[in-house]
Every structure is written in structure tokens, then in C-alpha cells.
Design a protein around this ligand. Structure first.
Ligand code: GAR
Length: 221
């Protein structure tokens, strides 16, 4: 089946730890797909080194080289089309995509965000969660629509937040879960189990557990 395996294009801007978790999950066959190209808008992003270490093709497309978002995104679409990408995974890609890009890959673009959407969209969201005093935050994998962090949600994971948290500590706590839920969301897509209906994502063979419950602080200690 290797020949027909789903092809993922990953867009990055930074360290690429999520890219790493996706590549590793593919290698372990936890995702029935493979990463076929990594694209970075940042020339020296460590993510590029991670792709190189796996022997995967990577392309740098600096946004400063393009007069506007539309022409930049057309270049991205050209590269992703050339590599016959089925799914685009944004992994710390710090740019908003144009409607033109999203039309080209309709229902086939995912993003991971380090908060429990719709709380804390946008930037600096871990510090914002700490400053707000929430007891929980987490991460969200969602399909990308034309808004900023507004698309239909696929998976969320929850971590506790403490009033004396540092941004770094919360970031690490959330990242550990990012590295679990992003590969899982991609595998659900690869298995053809996801259907988008309006704002909702339905998952085929979805196991429910209505006893699932978390409080912070604990109720009984
Ligand atoms: C991750 O925490 C991801 O959720 C966040 O950037 C980090 C990238 O880390 N993405 C966003 O904030 C998107 N707006 P990584 O490069 O190590 O995967």
C-alpha cells in the first residue's frame, strides 16, 4: 500500500517539534501517511534541520520575497501541488493563509494551536492564559478556515494551569500533548474517519466516555 499512502505537506516557521512528532509517528506506522515536503517561510528554522535529518525534501519560501499574501500563497500551492500533497499540516507556521490557498486545499488543511479554542486565539496565548487565571488550558487541532484559529475542531487536550506558572513551564506542558494529538488527528484523517458538517467534525467509530471529568483543584483532596 506504500504507493497509495496519503501524502502530507508540513508548513513550519520555527523549531519543528510538532513536525518531528508527525515524522516519527509516520515512521512508526502510527500514521498511514508520509511527509513528502516541508516548507518554511523562515530560512534558518530548526524544523528544516529536522527534515534534513530524516532525508525529506524541504523548501524555503521567504515571505519577504513576495509582494503580497496572494502571490506568496500561490507559490505555496504550486509547491504543494508539485509534491501531490493530500493534507497540509500547519506546525508552528506563523502566517495566516489566504482564501485562495484554502480553496485549493478545501477541507484538507489542519493547524495546531496551544490553547483550548475558542479561548485564546492568536499570539502569546500561553501567557494570556496564565494572566487570565484560568485553571485549565491545552491544545487544539482544527481544520483551517478563513478566520484566525476559528476552524472546526478535531481534537483537544487539557492541561492544568497554576497561578504561579511560568510561560515556559506551561509551554512544555502543552507541547507534550501537542505531540500526541497532532499525529492522532492526522491518522483519523488518513483513515477517512473525519467529516466536517458546519462547525462540527464528526469522527466515525468515536468512543464516548461520559464519566470523563477533570477539576482543578481536586474536589477530594
Ligand atoms: C506550537 O506550540 C504550536 O502550537 C504553536 O507554535 C508552536 C510551534 O512549535 N502554533 C501557533 O501558535 C500557531 N498560531 P514547534 O515549531 O516546536 O512545533
Amino acid at each position: 500500500m506504500v504507493g497509495s499512502m496519503m501524502r502530507i505537506g508540513v508548513l513550519v516557521s520555527g523549531s519543528g517539534s510538532n513536525l518531528q512528532s508527525i515524522m516519527d509517528a509516520c515512521e512508526r506506522s502510527e500514521i498511514d501517511a508520509r511527509v513528502c515536503v516541508v516548507i518554511s517561510n523562515v530560512p534558518h528554522a530548526y524544523a528544516l534541520e529536522r527534515a534534513r535529518q530524516k532525508g525529506l525534501p524541504s523548501v524555503v519560501v521567504p515571505h519577504a520575497d513576495y509582494p503580497d499574501r496572494a502571490s506568496y500563497d500561490r507559490k505555496l500551492v504550486d509547491i504543494l501541488t508539485e509534491y501531490r500533497v493530500d493534507l497540509v499540516a500547519l506546525a508552528g507556521f506563523m502566517r495566516v493563509l489566504t482564501p485562495g490557498f484554502l480553496r485549493a486545499f478545501s477541507g484538507r488543511v489542519m493547524n495546531i494551536h496551544p490553547a483550548l479554542l475558542p479561548s485564546f486565539p492568536g499570539l502569546d496565548v500561553r501567557q494570556k492564559a496564565i494572566d487570565y487565571g484560568v485553571r485549565f488550558s491545552g491544545c487544539t487541532v482544527h481544520f483551517v478556515d478563513e478566520g484566525v484559529d476559528t476552524g472546526p475542531i478535531i481534537i483537544q487536550a487539557v492541561v492544568p494551569v497554576y497561578p504561579d506558572d511560568t510561560e515556559e513551564a506551561l509551554k512544555e506542558r502543552i507541547l507534550k500533548l501537542e505531540h500526541k494529538i497532532y499525529p492522532k488527528a492526522i491518522q483519523l484523517f488518513a483513515q477517512g474517519r473525519l467529516t466536517i458538517e458546519g462547525r462540527k467534525v464528526f469522527i466515525r467509530d468515536y468512543e464516548k466516555d461520559e464519566s470523563l471529568c477533570l477539576t482543578n483543584p481536586f474536589l477530594n483532596r
